[in-house]
Design a protein. Structure first.
Length: 68
């Protein structure tokens, strides 16, 4: 009985660790990539100032990307 409990806890910990690793990978993939000032203007975008967040590139399709 004690062995089952230990195996159950180990399985739960492994599942939790796997789920958090998958979540971190998905969050990194979902974040928008950074763009340089030159690439922004070449793509027809405008550089806009964001309060307390630096500058961003606003592209013609309405999306915003952080400037590196």
């Amino acid at each position: 009985m004690r062995m089952r409990r230990i195996l159950g806890l180990a399985l739960a910990a492994a599942t939790l660790a796997g789920a958090s690793a998958v979540g971190a990978v998905n969050a990194a993939a979902a974040s928008s990539p950074n763009i340089s000032r030159d690439d922004c203007t070449a793509a027809g975008g405008q550089i806009v100032s964001r309060p307390y967040a630096g500058y961003a590139c606003e592209l013609p399709d309405g999306t915003r990307q952080a400037i590196t």
